[in-house]
Design a binder for this molecule. Structure first.
Ligand SMILES: NC(=O)c1ccc[n+]([C@@H]2O[C@H](COP(=O)([O-])OP(=O)(O)OC[C@H]3O[C@@H](n4cnc5c(N)ncnc54)[C@H](O)[C@@H]3O)[C@@H](O)[C@H]2O)c1
Length: 389
């Protein structure tokens, strides 16, 4: 279906669109980037040159390769230039009405065989596709930020998507050197769903004043082997993005208490303490300030890691149980999409599924909150003496 010289269109030249276009052109495809904002196009053009120059300086690519990538990339402020595209990946504002109207227009100007993909993080692919006459050629192709560096791409067929097209898309993105996983069209897909407890359970522990944020971050790094702690990561992502994803996933799951956001994080957003980019978030990054020291209490740290980890495993178990993705894809997604030190289901096998279930049951017993209900699959596995792998 796709060939080495298939023409790739990218709608939106912001953070994600410009990265996706660079990946496509690097793979040798003629690539067209379209944006309604010409200043954004100019910025993307300058960024691509800078990024390629750096890669040449670091000897990651040759000067000839950089010249090829530049020659393959064109910029346009007219959607009509997408007429001969074979695949178009949309990466514009996260708004269902705007996306639906763009997909409608894309379908009207492209050939019947052109595949239309969305890079949406939180909207339903099925709903975007419903704006088209041929929803079977609409799919989710979800890159992670920065698209040039993060290996993971989630492939999300909507309810009406033709699985032959989905398989071709997966093969194409694999050929671009990415690691792909297939996920059902459900809120947050794999990564943005399974990762929620990393933030929310840490916030809950903090809100309950069981530990301060520096201690929780230290515990998750020192004993959980995560590259960053939850609070420093939320500050890096920005609360305008991280809080909004949490709230969107919670609402889309019909307000399931498992996904309930934290008021503490909402207040930070309201105060415009967005994190590192605004100088203040959970931590204060302004000049002259220093970061707080953790309380190096090993027993407390182990309690924190075990509690957050078991909640993450519970979410990963539910994602497998509901057929959203396979165990292998869930583990790949969390290691390649958000750099977790281990796949969560492999981790569950190492800890012992019975041990994970016992932690969750203890939490449920203590709090009597639906948030801590254990996934049925964990109970069944313990009864049957099974493991994930
Ligand atoms: N930023 C991330 O970390 C991230 C990660 C994965 C997925 N996403 C998703 O990718 C998409 C884009 O996110 P982003 O961070 O790159 O946004 P961004 O704000 O950096 O860029 C969006 C670009 O789209 C352009 N645009 C808006 N409406 C348009 C239209 N109707 N036609 C053409 N161009 C239009 C804007 O001018 C802007 O340049 C969103 O759906 C987002 O959920 C973002």
């Amino acid at each position: 279906m796709f060939k080495e010289d298939s023409i790739i269109g990218v709608v939106g030249s912001g953070a994600m669109g410009s990265g996706i276009a660079q990946v496509a052109a690097t793979a040798g495809h003629p690539t067209i980037i379209y944006d309604t904002n010409t200043a954004a196009l100019d910025k993307a053009k300058a960024n691509l040159s800078n990024s390629l120059n750096k890669l040449v300086e670091k000897q990651k690519i040759t000067a000839d390769k950089a010249a090829d990538i530049l020659a393959l990339t064109t910029y346009s402020s007219s959607i009509q230039d997408f007429k001969s595209c074979d695949l178009i990946i949309e990466a514009i504002v996260e708004n269902i009405d705007v996306k639906q109207s763009v997909f409608k227009e894309l379908e009207s100007i492209t050939s019947d065989t052109c595949v239309l993909a969305s890079n949406t993080s939180s909207l339903s692919i099925t709903s975007i596709a419903s704006a088209c006459n041929n929803p079977e050629k609409v799919i989710g192709i979800h890159f992670f930020n920065p698209a040039t560096l993060m290996p993971l791409v989630e492939i999300i067929p909507g309810v009406a998507t033709d699985m032959v097209i989905a398989n071709h898309c997966q093969a194409l993105i694999n050929s671009w050197g990415k690691v792909t996983v297939m996920a059902k069209d459900t809120p947050g897909f794999i990564v943005n769903r399974v990762a929620r407890p990393f933030y929310s359970e840490a916030l809950r522990i903090y809100d309950e004043q069981l530990a301060d944020m520096a201690t929780i971050d230290w515990a998750m790094k020192e004993f959980g082997c995560f590259k960053m702690g939850p609070f420093e990561l939320m500050d890096l992502i920005g609360h305008d993005v991280n809080y909004v994803v949490t709230e969107t996933v919670w609402k889309q799951f019909y307000y399931d208490p498992r996904f309930k956001p934290s008021l503490t994080q909402k207040r930070l957003l309201e105060a415009k303490f967005l994190g590192k980019k605004s100088g203040r978030g959970f931590y204060d990054y302004r000049e002259g300030t220093s970061l707080p020291e953790p309380t190096r209490d090993e027993a407390l740290a182990k309690y924190i890691v075990n509690r957050v980890l078991c909640m993450l495993i519970n979410e990963a178990s539910d994602t497998k149980y509901l057929g959203i993705a396979s165990a292998t894809d869930i583990d790949l997604a969390m290691t390649k999409g958000v750099n977790y030190p281990k796949g969560l289901l492999k981790w569950a096998d190492e800890i012992g599924v019975a041990q994970v279930l016992s932690t969750l049951n203890d939490l449920y017993e203590e709090y009597q909150e639906d948030r801590y209900r254990a996934c049925i699959v964990l109970k069944q596995m313990v009864k049957q003496g099974k493991s994930f792998y």
